[in-house]
Design a protein around this ligand. Sequence first.
Ligand code: SF4
Ligand code: SF4
Length: 70
Amino acid sequence: MTAEPKKFKFSFQINAQDCMACAACELECKDGAIYVDDNVNYAINQDNCKRCGKCQRACPSGAVLKINIA
Ligand code: SF4
Ligand code: SF4
């Protein structure tokens, strides 16, 4: 029996327009949830993200946004 995926009321997303590709968020994420996508933008794999917020606090340009899920 597999566990139900954990449901969150918010997610973190990276706004590519504000991202300067410094990699601070990637270094800070201990869950390996941050990766570089096909468009060479930093992105967050929501399946691996535990919503700790460390990437947001580490980002020097405010590119990591906390988005509420309706
Ligand atoms: S919120 Fe935490 S787990 Fe999710 S991407 Fe950011 S540092 Fe990683
Ligand atoms: S820390 Fe912020 S500016 Fe740096 S790569 Fe991550 S999202 Fe982009």
